[in-house]
Every structure is written in structure tokens, then in C-alpha cells.
Design a protein around this ligand. Structure first.
Ligand code: NAD
Ligand code: MN
Length: 356
């Protein structure tokens, strides 16, 4: 049996209610999969900052680095005003662990009018997010500038990851999951008609990476789309997309927009992925408006746990969790209030565990 050590970082608010659900689903996976789990409780977030003066303790980083195969991160609250010394722990973790990809699957089961089953693969280290900005005075007033940096290396590895995800989705579907797509498809997003050098480099590098024999021989189709017309099509015809790969800023915007297509933030998972390491993270925040009521939807976290397993090469285990969650949504009897139901977090978890 393979033993996976998983760091658990609940954070703040409903993070503390949904991360235990993620732990339980991993523990409940059938023994026949040959997987064992060990969990390490780790701290980060606003409450940690208030107690210790740091939002991301050094110990959390070092334990993840030296002692864990993966992690689940809940959500953290951020102060409404800038607070000296506070900065977002998940942003810092992405940097410190070189989690260069942010992967967000967006999928409907029955809750939306259209079938949707796509994954947005967002480059997570460069583009405008290198945060090299400056402001200067001119006779006409202030001018501010920001650097948009695109490298061949980062573009190539993110496109390669998109191709691998496209292949893996085929495998998971072949295990019995229905598909709305004819075959694996990767859509490269850019604006190279205007930004011919930066987005031009992203586009040509991604094309080259996806032309590799292991993708082409397995029938991965590649297309490209300019980001603005992509937004239009994403809202009109979301069923057309399978895997989308994008530079950081476009990926950020597209992935939040796509999440809006499925009805509730409580359904949408994500993963921050680096070489041999993945952190599963629900897309929602700490939801102070419903915290402590036991009604947070745990599904985003359950799906994030499955997504983490995918990147730890445990596809069969991931597929089991996806199927159990889909079963709960399909039946529609035990849904949390954000989906129009009356079920508590605990009741949803119990129902998914039963289906597992
Ligand atoms: P939010 O995602 O916390 O909540 C938005 C709305 O969605 C709320 O009405 C909330 O009740 C609902 N919601 C979110 N998750 C849900 C779930 N699992 N089940 C049912 N309903 C759910 O976003 P916000 O209100 O803008 O931010 C609240 C706090 O979270 C802020 O401090 C913000 O900075 C932080 N935040 C953190 C992250 C993160 O840790 N990655 C992401 C977004 C926001
Ligand atoms: Mn965002």
C-alpha cells in the first residue's frame, strides 16, 4: 500500500468546517485502492496572524516541503484594511513551493441549463503578476506602468500540463464517467493580435509543447482563441470547452467567470500544482456570513481532495470521489442551502460517504 502524507490547513471561517470533510472522504476510500493516509494539522490564516503575528508560520512551509506529499487548504479571511505584516498565505505558499499551475475544473451535473465539463489551467508565476510596477510624474500627470513577463519555460510547462490533464480526463471518463466532448481538446488563450511578443511567445510555445508526439498520438486536438471572444463563447457555449490553458491574468479572470456558470461557489474546486506536489483548495473564501452554522457546502472541498489525488497519480481514487459527489448532485435530495436544499454540511458528507 502507498501511504500519502497530507497537510491539512483549514484556515479561517468555513475552512474549519469543510477541511475535516475532505479528510473524512480520503479516509473512507475503499481499502482495495491500496492507499493509506497520514494527516498533519497545519496553521495559516488571519486567526493565526492574530495569535502569532505571522499568517504563514515557517513550520507550515517546512512541514509541507519536507514531510508531505500534498495538502488541503481551506480558506483564509483577509482584513478589510491593509494590515502591517499581513499578506495572503496561499499566495506565499504558491511562491515558496513553486506551485506553478492553478487548475480549476468547472463541471455541472444537473444544476445548470447546460452541460459543462471544463478545466482551466492557469499559469501561476508570471505575466502581470510579477508585480513589477512603478509610478512616475509627467507634465500631464502621473503615469503607472507594470511589467508583463512571459517566459518560454513557464509557457511550455503549463501547456504540457494542460495536455497531460486532457489525456488524464480521457482516462477518468473511460472509467465510466460520461463525456460531453468528442475527444480531448486543449484551447490556448491569448491576445497575440495586440501583444505579439508576450502573448505571441505564450501562443507559439504552447503550440509547440502540445505538438509533442505523446499528445498528438493520443488524439489531443489543439485550438486557440483570443481572450475577449473567448469570454463571449464561454458564456454562450460553455459545453464547447474541455481544457483551457491561459497566462496568469486571463486565467484568473476566466476561471472566476467560469465558476459563475455552475450555480454556487460551494461546488468549485481547484488545485495549486508544482513538481510532484499539489494543494487542493476550494475556490470559495471563508464565508463569514454562514460560518458556524454547519451549512457550508463541502463539495468544493471534496472535489479538491479528488483533484489533489489526480496530481499524485491516484486517478482511480479521484474517480471514486468524483462519482460519489456526482451521485449526490444527480439525486438532488441532500443539497446544501446554497443549492436550494436544506441539508447540513454533515448530511451532505454522510450522503457522499455512503455512495463511496
Ligand atoms: P466567499 O467565497 O467567502 O463568499 C461569497 C458568498 O458565497 C457568500 O455568500 C458565502 O456564504 C457563499 N459561499 C462561499 N462558499 C460557500 C460554501 N462552501 N457553501 C455555501 N456558500 C458558500 O467570498 P467573500 O465573502 O468575498 O470573502 C469572505 C472572506 O474570504 C474574505 O475575508 C476574503 O478575503 C476571503 N477569501 C479567501 C479566499 C481564499 O482563501 N482563497 C478566496 C476568496 C475570499
Ligand atoms: Mn481570482
Amino acid at each position: 500500500a502507498r501511504t500519502l502524507r497530507i497537510g491539512l490547513i483549514p484556515g479561517d471561517g468555513i475552512g474549519k468546517e469543510v477541511i475535516p470533510a475532505g479528510r473524512r472522504i480520503l479516509e473512507a476510500l475503499p481499502a482495495s485502492l491500496g492507499l493509506k493516509f497520514e494527516f498533519v494539522d497545519l496553521k495559516a490564516g488571519w486567526e493565526t496572524f492574530e495569535q502569532t503575528g505571522v499568517a504563514l508560520p515557517e513550520e507550515t512551509v517546512s512541514v509541507l516541503k519536507s514531510d508531505c506529499d500534498g495538502a488541503l487548504f481551506g480558506a483564509v479571511s483577509s482584513p478589510t484594511k491593509a494590515v502591517k505584516g499581513y499578506s495572503s498565505p496561499i499566495v506565499a505558499l504558491r511562491k515558496k513551493l513553486d506551485l506553478y499551475a492553478n487548475v480549476r475544473p468547472v463541471k455541472t451535473v444537473v444544476t445548470a441549463p447546460k452541460p459543462i465539463d471544463m478545466v482551466i489551467v492557469r499559469e501561476n508565476t508570471e505575466d502581470l503578476y510579477v508585480k513589477e510596477e512603478k509610478t512616475y510624474d509627467t507634465p500631464q500627470g502621473k503615469v503607472a506602468e507594470a511589467i508583463k513577463r512571459i517566459s518560454q519555460r513557464a509557457s511550455s510547462r503549463i501547456a504540457t500540463m494542460a495536455g497531460e490533464i486532457a489525456l488524464r480526463r480521457q482516462k477518468i471518463r473511460a472509467g465510466g464517467a460520461p463525456s460531453i466532448h468528442n475527444g480531448p481538446l486543449v484551447t490556448i488563450t491569448h491576445k497575440s493580435n495586440v501583444l505579439s511578443q508576450t502573448d505571441g511567445l505564450f501562443r507559439s510555445t504552447a503550440r509547440e509543447a502540445l505538438a509533442a508526439a505523446r499528445f498528438q498520438d493520443s488524439g489531443v486536438a489543439v485550438e486557440e482563441q483570443i481572450v475577449d471572444s473567448m469570454v463571449y463563447k464561454l458564456f454562450r457555449q460553455p459545453e464547447a470547452y474541455d481544457v483551457i490553458v491561459a497566462p496568469n491574468l486571463y486565467g484568473d479572470i476566466l476561471s472566476d467567470g467560469a465558476a459563475a456558470l455552475v450555480g454556487s461557489l460551494g461546488l468549485v474546486p481547484s488545485a495549486n500544482v508544482g513538481e510532484g506536489f499539489a494543494i487542493g483548495e476550494p475556490c470559495h473564501g471563508s464565508a463569514p456570513d454562514i460560518q458556524g452554522q454547519g451549512i457550508a457546502n463541502p463539495i468544493a472541498t471534496l472535489r479538491s481532495a479528488a483533484l489533489m489525488l489526480e496530481f499524485l497519480n491516484e486517478e482511480a481514487a479521484a474517480a471514486k470521489i468524483y462519482a460519489a459527489v456526482d451521485g449526490n448532485l444527480e439525486e438532488g435530495k441532500l443539497l446544501s442551502p446554497d443549492l436550494g436544499g436544506k441539508a447540513t454540511t454533515e448530511e451532505v458528507v454522510q450522503d457522499v460517504l455512503r455512495r463511496l
